[in-house]
Ligand binder design. Structure first.
Ligand SMILES: Nc1ncnc2c1ncn2[C@@H]1O[C@H](COP(=O)(O)OP(=O)(O)OP(=O)(O)O)[C@@H](O)[C@H]1O
Ligand SMILES: [Mg+2]
Length: 315
């Protein structure tokens, strides 16, 4: 959609009054964006009563795990929450998108897993979002999957580091997001053991549910043997193009299968979202009022409100 706006020579913050007088699909979209921007202006998000550790996982590649991690984290941080992102993918894409250096000499998630550094010592503050800290992933992390195999309590490494950090942190985090790699190996198992819940981004495309069944089984297995608390709390539909039948069909299918877990908010396919990482920015930092940024800001608030309702009903 951002493409259309650019092609028409219209910016995302074009005059809504002008748009109202021309009823075209683009004018309607501009009106919708303007309305949502205003609605978000004074919105706040409830803070969780204890730190929420969320593994963002789907073994399918390229479905929007990293984009979702950094943008939900950024949106919540901008709303006043203290947020940590643990980059658990050797590709280091979350570190890049947050503008955090992650060359091989940087201490990060790898050192944390090996117990060579504490989590507090490897966290780097985002320049763009001061309430957000990131544990960078360096290329060294690619070896961790194999190196950890013979070590004791290999599935508990991340959990130990996070628990120790939460217990000792002077500023207790509200959210810790773990950006998982696109596989169900030892790194992802560490995330599922450390987290209290899983957020699954699902790309609105053919075979969208293919990967999710295996993830579901793995979460069930981890719950049975290693971490009884773990469950899939949230599904977020990503790269939705509501103009296509396929996108609508996938959305309907996912909502039918998982009615209580899927967020109402969906993330549209948006050029701004895909451009942001090359500027080492989240889309929230790159173009805060673009359709993708608005959607991530709305999703973050929806998620925080859902969490707060569950917190309240559990007490
Ligand atoms: N809403 C969106 N609109 C347009 N492009 C998007 C959107 N979300 C993600 N992308 C692009 O799709 C690609 C894959 O996204 P991302 O890296 O977040 O997926 P991933 O699941 O983390 O991938 P991997 O499995 O490799 O870790 C990236 O180039 C990203 O910029
Ligand atoms: Mg990724």
């Amino acid at each position: 959609m951002d493409n259309n706006l650019q092609n028409s020579g219209t910016q995302s913050d074009a005059n809504p009054q002008q748009a109202r007088t021309q009823s075209t699909p683009i004018a309607d979209e501009l009106m919708d964006l303007a309305r949502r921007r205003v609605a978000l202006r004074d919105k706040t998000a409830p803070l969780p009563s204890s730190p929420r550790v969320i593994a963002v996982s789907n073994q399918k590649g390229g479905v929007g795990k990293t984009t979702t991690t950094v943008n939900l984290a950024a949106a919540l941080a901008d709303l006043g929450a203290k947020v940590v992102v643990i980059d658990l993918d050797p590709q280091g894409n979350a570190s890049t998108a947050l503008g955090i250096e992650h060359n091989a000499t940087v201490q990060g998630t790898y050192e944390m897993l090996h117990g060579a550094s504490t989590m507090g010592s490897v966290l780097r503050q985002s320049q763009q979002h001061p309430n957000l800290w990131c544990s960078p992933a360096t290329i060294n992390l690619a070896g961790a999957e194999i190196e950890l195999v013979p070590s004791q309590q290999r599935e508990q490494r991340l959990k130990r580091a996070i628990d120790e950090y939460i217990a000792q942190a002077t500023q207790r985090p509200d959210y810790i997001f773990i950006d998982c790699p696109p596989s169900l190996g030892l790194l992802t198992i560490n995330a599922l053991v450390a987290a209290g819940e899983v957020l699954v981004p699902i790309q609105a495309e053919y075979y969208a549910l293919e990967g999710v069944t295996m993830l579901w089984d793995n979460v069930g297995m981890v719950a049975q043997y290693l971490n009884p608390a773990i469950h899939i709390s949230t599904i977020l539909l990503t790269m939705v193009d509501s103009r296509t039948n396929l996108s609508r069909e996938v959305e309907n299918e996912v909502r039918t299968h998982f009615p209580d877990t899927v967020l109402t908010t969906v993330i549209p396919r948006s050029v701004r979202v895909s451009e942001a990482p090359s500027h080492q920015l989240t889309v929230i930092g790159y173009d805060n009022n673009s359709s993708g940024a608005l959607a991530y800001r709305e999703a973050a608030i929806e998620m925080a409100e859902k969490f707060a309702q569950r917190d309240a009903s559990a007490q």
